[in-house]
Design a protein around this ligand. Structure first.
Ligand SMILES: C[S@@+](CC[C@H](N)C(=O)[O-])C[C@H]1O[C@@H](n2cnc3c(N)ncnc32)[C@H](O)[C@@H]1O
Length: 335
């Protein structure tokens, strides 16, 4: 630097410009950090585990589990998320990799706590066969569906994904009615009806003590104590007779005895929703024949309103619902 230059007064305008630029950049950075922090705290980027469901995700399991190519193609492509639990079916040939699959799923869904190997349901109570393969050994959770909360132990109680649309439909059509939910479980139908329709009363009958316990909990959690009456016992014995505007028989293996009890529970002009697992070739003929036979024994008349297929249940078997009016009364039209 020469002497002349040293004597020159400093150009404070330029200095000020540079500092403003730095300050501005720094402020922008701070603002961006704040926004990111706020979003991370308040917005759920991933699918919330408290909402559904059967997940066919763009995040692929094969990107997270190291397997030889012939085994990679056997990896599960879908799983069910219930609350903070992930339920996954794993082919037996991948048994040795179950833990790695569980760990990978937890890495993909950081909000979930436990992964269970889902080996299907069986028995009159439709109890699941599950085992924890990753995460914490806790199987109770609260699952959110259609604005309703369902507390359940996923290792003891099933929650069928495929019935969602039917549950939502029921939650839409019971305004002012007395409803009997003959196979209430943890309140799959009852809670949705109580929360979303404006029924006069929902009588929810459940035989399995564990399901009945969660039904009571769910009534409290969803604040529908004044609407839903939980009854523990066999619906063939406990269903009140001749009072219901609507009877829901949401059980796939109903016996004829239960179907007769359903007929008798409906008032004149009441509607019965009869669910059945039917061989595809017999849909809807077999459930209709069973309904007509039960009506004959119960001494009631039936009029078929509608038949619907809910889902594929097993190879060659479908889950169907048949809606019927019992003792249709002239001038009292079914909704
Ligand atoms: C699992 S639920 C059906 C699923 C449900 N509809 C849904 O939307 O996912 C069927 C329930 O019926 C109950 N159940 C079976 N037999 C019964 C009976 N005789 N009386 C009352 N409940 C019964 C089972 O314990 C089970 O909780």
């Amino acid at each position: 630097m020469c002497l002349d230059e040293a004597k020159k007064p400093r150009d404070f305008t330029k200095f000020h410009e540079i500092n403003t630029e730095i300050l501005w950049r720094w402020l922008r950075r701070c603002f961006a950090d704040c926004v990111i922090l706020w979003l991370a705290k308040h917005v759920r980027f991933n699918q919330s585990p408290t909402e559904n469901h059967q997940t066919m995700t763009p995040m692929r399991l094969c990107d997270h589990v190291q397997l030889p190519p012939d085994e990679v193609r056997l990896l599960p492509r879908g799983w069910q998320i219930l609350g903070s639990m992930i339920l996954v079916s794993i082919p037996h040939v991948l048994e040795d990799h179950a833990e790695a699959i569980g760990d990978a799923l937890l890495a993909m869904y950081p909000r979930c706590r436990t992964v269970l190997w889902n080996r299907g349901v069986s028995g009159a109570f439709r109890e699941p066969h599950c085992e924890v393969i990753a995460g914490v050994h806790e199987t109770e959770t609260v699952h959110k569906e259609n604005g309703c909360y369902f507390k359940l132990d996923v290792a003891k109680i099933m929650f069928s994904q495929g019935n969602l649309r039917e549950r939502m439909r029921m939650g839409d059509i019971c305004d002012g009615e007395v409803v009997i939910d003959m196979f209430a479980g943890i309140g799959y139908f009852s809670i949705q009806i109580a929360v979303h329709s404006h029924p006069e009363k929902v009588i929810s009958i459940e035989l399995n003590p564990t399901s009945h316990h969660y039904l009571q909990e769910n009534i409290k959690i969803n604040k529908v104590d004044d609407i839903v009456l939980p009854i523990h016992g066999d619906c063939t014995v406990k269903s009140p007779k001749g009072t219901a505007d609507r009877v829901i028989m949401g059980y796939l293996d109903s016996s004829q005895e239960q179907l007769i009890a359903g007929m008798l529970a409906a008032r004149k002009g009441g509607i019965l929703h009869y669910h059945e697992a039917t061989p595809t070739v017999l849909a809807y003929q077999r459930p209709i024949e069973r309904i007509r036979e039960a009506a004959r024994i119960a001494g009631r008349s039936v009029e078929i309103l509608e038949c619907r297929t809910i889902k594929k249940y097993a190879p060659g078997v479908v889950h169907v619902v048949v809606d019927v009016v019992v003792d249709a009364v002239l001038g009292m039209s079914a909704k």
